[in-house]
Design a binder for this molecule. Structure first.
Ligand code: HEC
Length: 268
């Protein structure tokens, strides 16, 4: 008898512990009940181990005993299961339908907004490209107007691609979407990178170029984590030709607004 209480006690303790763990993992209450029940069933099994062994049976008696036990077991299982909440496919379908409906409404609205934003962005890019093409056009005219001389060509081409180096630099800022991470003139930057309004005071054009081409070359002071993670993408040297990068660096180099707290770049 003492043994029974001891085993029951252990079952309760184990069950309680399981419920506590399940609760801490935010499992549904039904699972917590299930765990507790399993612990109690375990205790009962251990208690039954102490029961007096039944006498060996044979023949018809044994067949009857096994059948009776089987029927009892099945009845208990079926009856127990039918006490639990039943799964009704129609019910579930209705629930899923409701969820989907909500999602659909949200996403059509969200999509429309997203598309509008995207269209605006593309429009801006087209404009920037158009302007750039205009620059190229005049540049070519300049290049072809004077009698072609090999030594003059690269300079003219540079002038053509540049038109105005500052303009190309600013265009690159827009095209490469540096503004996604950097605030400049109070615009852009989602707080992922430093404000760059005073970068011209801190870095030479050459060094800015180096930073863009190889973001690991310098580290903005206080941005150790971002630098380590490589937040600033290492792709710009593939996306810009050297002239464009020079233009961007030159343009950025003109930003010498000492009232903005651009972090000091540290040579790495
Ligand atoms: C995805 C975000 C991201 C983009 C896009 C990005 N940067 Fe950065 N940039 C950072 C972060 C973060 C830092 C600070 C950590 C570091 O130095 O790497 C940084 C640092 C810099 C610095 C050094 C600033 C200082 O005060 O030391 C310069 C210059 C710079 N970026 C220029 C650019 C230019 C130009 C572009 C566009 C061609 C660009 N970045 C695009 C995230 C970005």
């Amino acid at each position: 008898m003492g043994n029974i209480f001891k085993k029951l006690g252990i079952g309760l303790v184990v069950g309680g512990a399981l419920v506590a763990v399940a609760h801490s993992q935010e499992l549904p209450v039904s699972f917590q009940i299930l765990f507790f029940t399993v612990a109690l069933i375990g205790a009962v099994v251990f208690i039954l181990l102490d029961a007096k062994p039944i006498e060996a049976m044979s023949g018809g008696k044994s067949l009857f005993a096994v059948s009776a036990f089987w029927i009892l077991l099945v009845t208990v299982c079926v009856a127990g299961a039918s006490l639990l909440p039943q799964f009704d496919p129609e019910d579930e379908k209705a629930k899923i339908g409701k969820l989907l409906e909500k999602e659909r409404k949200q996403s059509t609205q969200g999509k429309a907004e997203e598309l509008i934003a995207r269209a605006k962005e593309l429009d801006e890019k087209v404009k920037a490209l158009e302007e750039r093409l205009k620059g190229l056009g005049t540049g070519q005219m300049v290049a072809t107007a004077p009698p072609p001389s090999t030594s003059e060509k690269p300079a003219a081409a540079a002038g053509g691609a540049g038109g105005d180096i500052m303009k190309v630099g600013e265009e690159q800022w827009q095209l490469q979407e540096c503004y996604n991470c950097h605030k400049l003139r109070g615009e852009g930057g989602k707080k992922r990178g430093p404000e760059l309004d005073n970068i011209g005071t801190l870095l030479t054009v050459e060094e800015i170029q180096q930073k863009i081409a190889d973001p690991k070359s310098f580290m903005a002071e206080g941005y150790d984590k971002e630098w380590q993670k490589g937040i600033m993408p290492n792709k710009f040297k593939d996306l810009m030709d050297p002239k464009e990068m020079l233009a961007l660096a030159t343009w950025l180099g003109t930003f010498k607004n000492t009232s903005v707290n651009t972090p000091k770049p540290i040579k790495k």
